[in-house]
Design a protein around this ligand. Structure first.
Ligand code: GDP
Length: 370
């Protein structure tokens, strides 16, 4: 009594409220375990790991984050850095470059299945490499794959084997990039580099990392996902989030716009063409997200009347959805106006545009991907 209950697997304090935080266990499972003689309780993450060999994503707080970076700094490891190609900017780990030291970084662009098939893969690789360079990283290689469809996961395993040498492997990424899906594919993978992971038992599992033994004395370490607070995911309910999250390859949509026209992205974002000649803008969003064109002069009014109705998501009952905030840009080169976590609009050089997103969600300009 007085002492909090802890998971006997990882030592986290047990809790029944936050599925994404350490120590989560469903109330029913907790009641059941406490009714047994031993009263041994596992958190859901350790339970799944023991019984199904399945990794469950777990979020990391800011405090733990610095500790993780320090571990990376002290490790002699190949760093496998997983990013979501569709949400590259939301995938960046702040400060990572300062902690990798001499460790080689293998950049993994996940969710390749969402990219239009017309986009040349070599071009996409170059683009990712350039963006990584801007973030201060010099990856030894860039690999594209889809953890969900298992496409090119075997290529990754071969590259890991090629680059790791006499080192451990650390897999890092922010939450939602698909790191758990990837690790689970790696565990299941039995083609390609067959013996990369030699056993399905995971000794030494601790809260902050999961170690999978490799075929020598080394391990592949799955680090907890780092939580990005700016994600659109925090403002939308499950159903709404599904509507904006692509599942199939994006079909780009081209809009010929005059200046003083607005394009609504459902009710979750807005694009204003302020100034420039009549020109084409290419939109990359979930294929079924409703894009509505209207006059800029009427746009505020239109949004006030139609949010949750014609302009949805957010659903009408999502009263917590923050107001849209304007971010204005002038382009000097062909660029992507990125609505973090939602998608982007490619805009030509020499125009004046405004991107609107809920307060707290980033809107930024970057070098055009396509
Ligand atoms: P983690 O937080 O990084 O461990 O991410 P998860 O593995 O839990 O995945 C986050 C979301 O991305 C889930 O909805 C997955 O289904 C989805 N996802 C993961 N990998 C892929 C992929 O290769 N393609 C697509 N389209 N979605 C993916």
């Amino acid at each position: 009594d007085g002492e909090p209950l802890r998971c006997i697997g990882c030592g986290a304090v047990l809790q029944t409220t936050d599925k994404t935080a350490p120590g989560y266990t469903p109330q029913s499972a907790l009641d059941k375990s406490l009714a047994t003689e031993t009263q041994d309780v596992y958190c859901q993450r350790c339970f799944r790991l023991r019984h199904y060999n399945e990794i469950v994503p777990v979020g990391l707080t800011d405090d733990d984050f610095l500790q993780l970076l320090t571990q990376i700094q002290d490790a002699n490891a190949l760093i496998v850095y997983v990013v979501d190609i569709f949400d590259f900017n939301g995938s960046l780990i702040p400060g990572l470059h300062r902690f990798v030291g001499e460790n080689p970084v293998l950049l993994v662009g996940n969710k390749e299945d969402l990219m239009p098939s017309s986009l040349k893969r070599s071009k996409l690789q170059d683009w990712l490499r350039q963006r990584a360079n801007e973030a201060g990283l010099r990856p030894i290689d860039v690999t594209l794959l889809s953890a969900k469809t298992n496409q090119s996961v075997d290529d990754l395993l071969q590259k890991i084997d090629k680059y790791r040498g006499d080192r451990d492997v650390y897999v890092v990424g922010v939450t939602n990039v698909g790191k758990s899906t990837l690790i689970n594919q790696i565990i299941r993978q039995n083609t390609g580099v067959k013996d990369l992971i030699t056993t399905s038992r995971f000794p030494g599992t601790t809260l902050d990392k999961i170690e999978l033994p490799l075929d020598d004395d080394h391990v592949l370490v799955d680090t907890p996902g780092i939580i990005q607070n700016q994600q659109m995911a925090h403002f939308l309910t499950g159903k709404d989030l599904k509507i904006v999250t692509p599942q199939k390859p994006i079909k780009p949509k081209v809009y010929q716009l005059n200046d003083q026209q607005t394009l609504f992205l459902g009710g979750v974002g807005r694009f204003d063409y302020n100034q420039g000649p009549k020109t084409g803008f290419t939109a990359y969003f979930e294929n079924n997200l409703y894009l509505h064109r209207t006059k800029l002069a009427n746009a505020d009014d239109f949004y006030a009347r139609q949010r949750g109705d014609l302009l949805t998501p957010p659903a009408a009952d999502n009263t917590d959805f923050p107001p849209l905030v304007a971010h204005q840009f002038k382009t000097t080169a062909k660029s992507d106006l990125v609505f973090e976590g939602l998608g982007w609009i490619t805009v030509p050089a020499g125009v004046n545009v405004t991107g609107w997103a809920p307060e707290g969600v980033g809107v930024l300009l970057r070098r055009a991907m396509i």
